[in-house]
Design a protein around this ligand. Structure first.
Ligand code: MLT
Length: 204
């Protein structure tokens, strides 16, 4: 399983949420968030394998906001392979996955989408940035994406959020953007927005 430490919690429904934590997080961090967004979904939550001064991440960065893009590509494929193996072992359908990522976790989720390493049915990206400067021209048709940005976020700035939304829309994803009155940290309004969006969306 590519040596990922992870949690898998079976659900009552058909949907599986892939939960991807932020820098310094672990496989336990987003379980309550996933449950709050969908009480019935199965939860798959890996821990990032890159350590930055002991803090787990999903890919290397050279400095705040400056990503090692070769590593982004390699790690996106590595994480996708982990998901395929977990789908077999834990018995979920990898074609109905909804990715939920925060910060670094949102960035690896959009890298996987842009690279086509894994086709998500949907994605909820909290405080995301543009993970690749020249992503391939893949098609994201049938992929619904909710982006939740923070109006005062100095890291995942509103400009980064709009640039990512544009990249995904160019590739035919159905993108909705919500800007919260907050910084990089998650707000209660994020959880409500995600829950409502997922309940209203056509994602199986
Ligand atoms: C973070 O702190 O995780 C960053 O702002 C986002 C990233 O490095 O991917």
């Amino acid at each position: 399983m590519n040596d990922f430490t992870y949690r898998f919690i079976p659900g009552a429904g058909d949907r599986t949420l892939l939960l991807l934590h932020g820098t310094g997080g672990n496989e336990n961090d987003l379980l309550p968030l996933g449950r709050a967004i969908d009480p019935d979904a199965a939860l798959l939550s890996p821990r990032g394998r890159v350590l930055e001064n002991g803090a787990p991440r999903f890919f290397r960065r050279l400095a705040e906001g400056i990503f090692d893009e070769k590593d982004v590509v390699a790690r996106a494929h590595e994480l996708a392979n982990f998901v395929f193996a977990a789908a077999k072992k834990d018995g979920f359908n990898e074609n109905t996955l909804v990715a939920i990522g925060y910060s670094n976790g949102a960035n690896i989720a959009s890298a996987m989408m842009l690279l086509g390493s894994l086709k998500f049915r949907g994605a909820i990206l909290f405080r995301p940035m543009v993970p690749l400067s020249r992503p391939p021209d893949s098609s994201l048709e049938n992929c619904a994406v909710l982006i939740c940005g923070g109006r005062f976020d100095p890291i995942a700035t509103p400009d980064q959020v709009s640039a990512l939304a544009e990249l995904l829309r160019d590739r035919k994803a159905e993108v909705e953007v919500r800007m919260q009155e907050s910084g990089h940290e998650l707000a209660d309004a994020d959880v409500e927005a995600a829950r409502d969006w997922l309940a209203a969306s056509a994602i199986a």
